[in-house]
Design a protein around this ligand. Structure first.
Ligand SMILES: [Zn+2]
Length: 297
């Protein structure tokens, strides 16, 4: 049994979701139906490429199928906002520095966290800050394993373990309310049929990105990262940065894993604002509502 990689180009499209709301970004194989006047709000335009990994001969993923109904890439380009997202944390001082910059700038962001990093209990205060300071927490898997994405039960296990780890960390940190935890970004944005099924079953929407500039590359300077983002960013974009490096936790005393991320954000936010691009919560940019979880309480 082999695996097959299919690259599909997302069309810019308006579509209606099955509940009548404007559907999020989707992979579309054929031209979309014309929007009905007055019935479609502008929040469902997609762009860029997404890799769809299909496991097994019978596992062909229909781009218009239900599995991809809640795969998000970007928001509406006619609304002047962008979403800043951070993967691979929480990660000690690196995440703390990012949170400090975001607080100074008054900008919201989304942190796609790894369950294993959360479960160390050394980052509880950072999780609490994310909630208290108005950020969104998403799930980036438990251990950053791509291999597990090929098995539905293992992905389900990962999603559940990460959700549980976040809630336990928040409880330890004295945060009484559990925020909705329904956004999932697979490691490396790697999308498989099995993972899509597991995510849908667990009530997660999958979120990819439109702007990634290799901020993880060694010796990448903060001003280079910010400049590369500013060269590409457009309204409705989802920007990915990294406050950690997989499950390595080497930044307890000082930020060692992603030394320039906070400085890059410090440069980036005022430059975005100067262009009229407001950093906004991911759900707002995507035009969705975050609702309660399916379980794991
Ligand atoms: Zn990652």
């Amino acid at each position: 049994m082999g695996s097959r990689l299919t690259l599909r180009r997302r069309r810019r499209t308006h579509r209606l979701g099955r509940k009548g709301r404007a559907a999020p970004s989707k992979i579309a194989a054929s031209p979309p139906p014309p929007p009905r006047a007055g019935s479609v709000s502008c929040r469902s335009l997609a762009g860029g490429l997404v890799a769809v990994f299909v496991f097994g001969c019978a596992g062909v993923l229909s781009p218009q199928g239900e599995l991809l109904r809640d795969v998000f890439v970007r928001g509406c380009p006619s609304v002047a906002s962008v979403a800043l997202t951070f993967d691979d944390g929480p990660n000690g001082r690196c995440t703390e520095e990012v949170l400090d910059v975001l607080r100074e700038a008054g900008a919201p962001a989304t942190f796609f966290v790894l369950g294993k990093n959360v479960a160390t209990a050394r980052n509880d205060g950072l999780l609490a800050r994310m909630v208290r300071e108005g950020h969104t927490i998403g799930v980036h898997s438990h251990r950053h394993s791509v291999r597990r994405l090929f098995w539905r039960d293992l992905t389900t296990e990962d999603l559940s373990a990460t959700r549980r780890a976040v809630y336990e960390a928040l409880a330890r940190a004295g945060v009484p309310d559990r925020p909705p935890l329904t956004l999932f970004r697979p490691p490396f944005g790697f999308l498989t049929v099995a993972a899509a099924r597991a995510a849908a079953d667990a009530g997660f929407s999958i979120v990819e990105w439109t702007v990634s500039v290799g901020d993880w590359e060694p010796d990448r300077r903060a001003d280079d990262v910010a400049a590369a983002i500013l060269a590409r960013v457009r309204p409705g974009d989802v920007v990915v940065l990294h406050d950690g490096n997989g499950t390595r936790q080497r930044s307890l005393e000082r930020c060692r894993d992603r030394q320039n991320v906070a400085e890059a954000v410090r440069i980036l936010i005022p430059a975005l604002t100067a262009r009229g691009l407001r950093p906004a919560p991911l759900a707002e940019v995507l035009g969705i509502a975050l609702t309660g979880d399916a379980g794991d309480h």
